[in-house]
Ligand binder design. Sequence first.
Ligand code: TXA
Ligand code: MG
Length: 336
Amino acid sequence: METLLLNRNQTDTAAAIIQRGGLVAVPTETVYGLAADALNGKAVAKIFRAKGRPMDNPLIVHISEIAQISGLVSDFPEKAQKLADAFWPGPLTIILPKSDRIPDEVSAGLDTVAIRLPMNECARELIAKSAPLAAPSANLSGSPSPTTAEHVKKDMYGKIDAILDGGDCEVGVESTVITLVTEVPRILRPGGITAEQIIGVIGETKIDDAVLNPLKDGQTAASPGMKYKHYSPKANVVLLKGNSDQFIRYVNRQKGNPVVLCYEEEMQRIHIDYFSVGKENDYSTQAHRLFALLRDADEKAYDTIYAHCPKTDGISLAVYNRIIRAAGFEVTELEG
Ligand code: TXA
Ligand code: MG
């Protein structure tokens, strides 16, 4: 298949492709999405084939204005309204009971649907011109999510109808996924909107076990996506816990072909190859760069990536959640 490369002003062309059941990669403020008409089950099925995604992993439905939600869910509780008022448009996905119009391909057989109203204007323009869009991240299943059109091209060229280039994604990690179908609201995936922000708006909110820990044998995932190996570059990711001195001493001793993801403050003291993730306390920059750096490390064929084990407050919880999966949940404690 030939993949059209469209610029930000070609949303008419992209909308026509969506309306005839095709696949278009679209920029959002989090990561690029691989979109199809959410109400066309056949079109949505093509997304799973292009990504190599297991069919039991449901998709997020993206809308361009809040009025569209009434046809998509069977209930819109007060807490959903509060979250929508506070964080939409933006990087928050809310899981609600689904309406009968949602095809099984989108909900993967569950009786719920995930809804998000993105901030990115190019994405909203495309939705307004075509339809609500079912869209997972536009990477091959398992690899780091794409934050530039170039990343999408690498994974999807020849497999989809078009890529709409809207430049770099600002946030860099995916949306926060919260379910409101449990008794107490529960965050299934940390992301662009922090747990602290959510608690500030709706009060008591749990963080699902699967955010921080691997699933135990036989345990089922509240969010099916959490059970798959994810976000993995080809290189081996090694997470190190310790202070800056310990970290620098440890990485400087490494031989072979490694690269270090370090804080900007540490760069001058690191004597092997490194990428800066940003300043130690600048979580937003760390989130913005994470996936691109994992991809860069593969481009340059490093075999090992050494990184700090991220903090778990603010948007750093999202960075932790992604990189701990890439590291197979292993953390090396540094001593001495
Ligand atoms: O920022 C984002 O959320 C990006 C952009 C494109 O919007 N999308 C994205 O989609 O990250 P995806 O498919 O890569 O991740 C969606 C996550 C998966 O872990 C999936 O299992 C979960 O949301 N999910 C979707 N629908 C669900 C549902 N009804 N119940 C529980 N989890 C659901
Ligand atoms: Mg994804």
